[in-house]
Design a protein around this ligand. Structure first.
Ligand code: SF4
Length: 282
């Protein structure tokens, strides 16, 4: 019996399938739960603080306002299972919150938020390429001085090694493709803001880069369909296994992939929220 196809592809799913098809199956088809990690939860917190900052009128987007936004986001995340399950002791919690504050402070070294014209924050987008649905969440969509679209993605991890940089930029082109499909306009710029360094990686999407991404995701979808039909998702051991939450089910670590079905959970239906346009790029 064939495995059920995932509903859609996102930049993270494309990246997971490319890195290891079996990890993709565990995550996107078996829906195995993954324990929260401090770096990912810290990222969630910093994103929430910057989201609150950009809801403010431009002239109010100051450092003190950002730190107030962070305090408000901390109050909310304290009740979130993602944070509670980290089970941080007092020392670890102080370090966690201090790191988050440093990331928010360093954001101001990358740009002046009072000069930004956002038209969408945490924007959930969906578009089709043939039978394939593509989904992504854009941290911030804004207009530049010439009315062009700019996609901004905040990153709270390290700048990727050169070997992995193309993978990260693949996500950038994914967002550009979504914008082109939904707004009929190719973004003038897509930028990844690595807050920890802080460093901005900026790229200009081209016809060639977007068509290349379109071909790549179509090929990946075909490979996913074949793997589902044949129930054949193979492990691809690499350095990434050190961070993989599915080692217990992975044959590369002595596990049995079939036992994963018993541990699967229903997907979170809130992740299937459709297009969520805040404003038209008009
Ligand atoms: S442990 Fe490694 S090989 Fe196994 S599923 Fe995870 S990433 Fe793939």
């Amino acid at each position: 019996m064939a495995l059920e196809l995932p509903y859609s592809l996102s930049p993270s799913k494309v990246s997971t399938f490319t890195d290891c098809a079996l990890a993709f199956r565990f995550s996107s088809i078996d829906h195995l739960p993954e324990p929260p990690s401090a770096p990912a939860t810290k990222g969630t917190l910093v994103h929430a603080a910057l989201e609150r900052l950009f809801v403010l009128p431009a002239e109010q987007r100051t450092m003190p306002a950002a730190l107030t936004a962070l305090d408000q986001a901390i109050d909310v995340i304290r009740d979130d299972p993602e944070f509670i399950e980290l089970d941080l002791d007092d020392t670890a919690e102080v370090a966690f919150l201090d790191d988050a504050e440093q990331l928010v402070r360093r954001y101001f070294e990358l740009e002046d938020p009072t000069t930004i014209t956002p038209i969408g924050i945490e924007l959930k987008l969906e578009a089709s390429v043939g039978d394939l649905r593509l989904r992504g969440i854009i941290d911030r969509l804004e207009l530049d001085a010439d009315g062009g679209l700019v996609v901004t993605d905040y990153k709270t991890g390290k700048v990727p090694h050169q070997n992995y940089e193309q993978g990260k930029l693949g996500g950038v082109h994914f967002y550009a493709l979504l914008c082109e499909r939904l707004f009929g306009q190719r973004p003038a710029k897509v930028q990844l803001l690595y807050l920890a360094e802080p460093v901005a990686i900026i790229t200009t999407p081209t016809e060639q880069s977007i068509r290349g991404l379109e071909r790549k995701v179509s090929a990946i979808w075909t490979a996913v369909e074949r793997a589902c039909t044949a129930e054949d998702f193979r492990p691809r051991p690499s350095k990434l296994c050190d961070w993989c939450a599915f080692q217990a089910y992975c044959p590369a670590f002595g596990g049995d992939p079939d036992s994963a079905k018993a541990a699967s959970i229903q997907p979170d239906s809130t992740k299937d929220v459709p297009v969520d346009l805040v404003a038209s790029p008009g």
